[in-house]
Write a protein of this length. Structure first.
Lengths: 190, 72
């Protein structure tokens, strides 16, 4: 009984925060920022795969969220909306950084690569795969990294990108097909 | 490309780009406040008025374009 009253109070309070945020209240924005910054950062990091870039883009995403406060619909929830804005912020960054050698190098020398993977795949193939992946169009890359590498459910990826589940599957398929072509061009038969 | 090819490529990709999981190393709120303060200042209204005036002048008096270009 006491727990349900407590839950109701928390819900009412969060509803108040969402409504205040919609009206442009900075304190409400700070509350939402502190509640969601980890989730947004984690989501962006999965896409850009670089901690300092992820931090920068998290701040940029929340800046866009703050700018768009009047368009926020409290009944649809904050987390999904924030994730969608974060995805588009990351997509913009991927577009800007496309063809930049530094990012290719970051990807290819990912320190988190498991040592056990060497038994299955050589470092050279891994490097070329990462480079080929980095050459994919950003729209395809973002769908593939979330759905294939991070194994996020297609529904979540679709919501984050603002497209249908079918479109996510199509983008993943096109990404894999382009990747295979590129690797074959590099002399690697996947 | 059949299902087997797709699975092989997915495996290749997962090995090349292993899943990543981390949290921000610091509180990002101070950076957020700096970003909010650094909002680009909007152009004063008279800049827009001046720009509109020049565009109007060029549209109604095309002969003025070389003069405007000279003073740019």
């Amino acid at each position: 009984m006491a727990e349900s009253i407590q839950n109701e109070l928390v819900q009412k309070e969060s509803q108040t925060v969402l409504l205040s945020f919609r009206q442009g209240d900075l304190e409400a924005f700070e509350t939402l920022f502190r509640l969601h910054q980890r989730a947004v950062y984690g989501w962006i990091l999965r896409i850009v795969r670089n901690p300092s870039t992820a931090e920068e883009l998290t701040v940029e995403s929340f800046f866009r969220i703050h700018q768009a406060h009047a368009r926020f619909e409290p009944q649809r929830g904050f987390a999904g909306w924030a994730r969608r804005i974060a995805t588009h912020t990351a997509l913009d960054w991927l577009r800007r950084s496309r063809n930049q050698r530094e990012h290719t190098e970051e990807l290819s020398s990912d320190p988190a690569a498991p040592a056990a993977a060497d038994a299955i795949i050589t470092a050279e193939i891994r490097r070329k795969t990462a480079q080929a992946f980095n050459r994919l169009p950003p729209k395809l890359r973002i769908a593939a990294v979330l759905a294939v590498v991070e194994e996020q459910p297609h529904k979540e990826v679709a919501e984050a990108l603002g497209i249908s589940v079918g479109a996510v599957k199509l983008r993943v398929f096109r990404a894999l097909r382009l990747l295979r072509k590129d690797l074959e061009h590099e002399g690697i038969k996947p | 490309m059949n299902a087997q090819d797709q699975d092989r490529l997915k495996q290749l990709l997962q090995q090349a780009l292993p899943p990543i999981e981390a949290e921000p190393e610091r509180d990002l709120w101070p950076s957020m406040l700096r970003r909010l303060d650094a909002r680009p200042a909007s152009a004063p209204w008279f800049d827009w008025a001046l720009g509109a005036g020049l565009v109007g002048l060029a549209a109604f008096f095309p002969a003025s374009i070389p003069v405007l270009l000279y003073y740019l």
